[in-house]
Ligand binder design. Structure first.
Ligand SMILES: [Zn+2]
Length: 303
């Protein structure tokens, strides 16, 4: 087998302005990514990955290129059927896009890019976070994480683009925000896009599961804050108590009745909707699918 040293790590800096993703063909963006080395780190199953994350990170300094990584040989037509579809997207064009690989850090890119990679790696250390990253990387679509919000003064948002979805983090790059918005990207991919109470409850509960799992680790870094979505605006009322109780229980285990009740109560009770920002959205899911995406992200019960 041929060994390629770091032939593929050079990247030409971006020049000039770029159009928003929804005005361009996302697939054209891929060509610029091929400057990155493929380190042969195809996804393993969860157990293997956990082991790998715990071994010497410098092991990545001595890679060999996987025989499956044929995209690295073809910078014109990038075909990547086996995954790794999460990109740290450089919206301003002042540098390169970074392809996220769990367990690896990238000493380049903007401060925001570094924060996003850090949060993704923290996610990858959790059961729920790993499941999402793994599943997204198996998908055909690409997912882009940018640090720019456009239009309305939103803090973080996820929108569809022509080949996937883009997260616009706008400075909020903590693990909770990344997990929340990444779940929205997954919803979009699964035909469940749109700012609905339903989608919000799912994304809030998902990010809470990730945070609970990450911050229960003894080596966890960063701040744990209680998500406002979980705080009732009216904790003294029966409905307020019921909402908060439902959300707290959903963070531990899934229950369809509780989930639907939390969706019902989200509008009037959630602290996240105190200003009514979600009231412009439709109430239920867009696609009529009554099976939430959420249940498969809980720890399996087998013991
Ligand atoms: Zn949201």
């Amino acid at each position: 087998m041929r060994f390629y040293p770091f032939v593929f790590t050079g990247n030409a800096p971006r020049k000039g302005n770029r159009a928003p993703l929804n005005q361009i063909n996302c697939s054209e963006e891929r060509d610029e990514e091929t400057g990155y080395g493929y380190f042969g780190a195809r996804y393993m199953d969860h157990e293997l990955m956990t082991m790998w994350l715990s071994v010497d990170p410098m092991a990545g300094k001595y890679p060999s290129i996987s025989p499956y990584a044929y995209c690295a040989w073809n910078p014109v037509k990038l075909v990547d059927p086996d995954g790794r579809k999460i990109w740290i997207y450089n919206y301003d064009g002042k540098g390169t896009n970074l392809r996220f690989e769990p367990g690896k850090t990238r000493p380049m890119g903007t401060k925001a890019a570094q924060e996003q990679i850090r949060s993704l790696n923290r996610m990858a250390q959790t059961d729920a976070g790993w499941k999402l990253i793994y599943r997204m990387d198996k998908l055909k679509d690409n997912f882009y994480i940018s640090n720019k919000s456009t239009g309305t003064p939103q803090t973080s948002a996820t929108t569809a683009c022509s080949d996937g979805a883009m997260l616009k983090m706008n400075g909020n790059n903590d693990i909770r925000s990344i997990a929340h918005e990444l779940f929205h990207a997954f919803q979009i991919n699964q035909g469940q896009g749109g700012t609905t109470y339903y989608n919000e409850v799912e994304a809030y509960v998902f990010s809470e599961i990730v945070c609970n799992q990450y911050f229960s680790k003894p080596n966890a870094k960063g701040d744990f804050r209680c998500e406002t979505a979980f705080l009732s605006r009216h904790p003294q009322t029966a409905e307020g108590k019921e909402y908060q109780d439902a959300m707290s229980k959903l963070a531990i285990g899934f229950n369809n009745k509780l989930f639907n009740r939390a969706v019902d109560l989200f509008q009037s009770q959630s602290g996240a909707n105190a200003t009514g920002i979600y009231d412009v959205a439709p109430y239920k899911k867009c696609n009529g699918n009554e099976n939430p995406l959420l249940p498969s992200f809980y720890p399996s019960k087998k013991k």
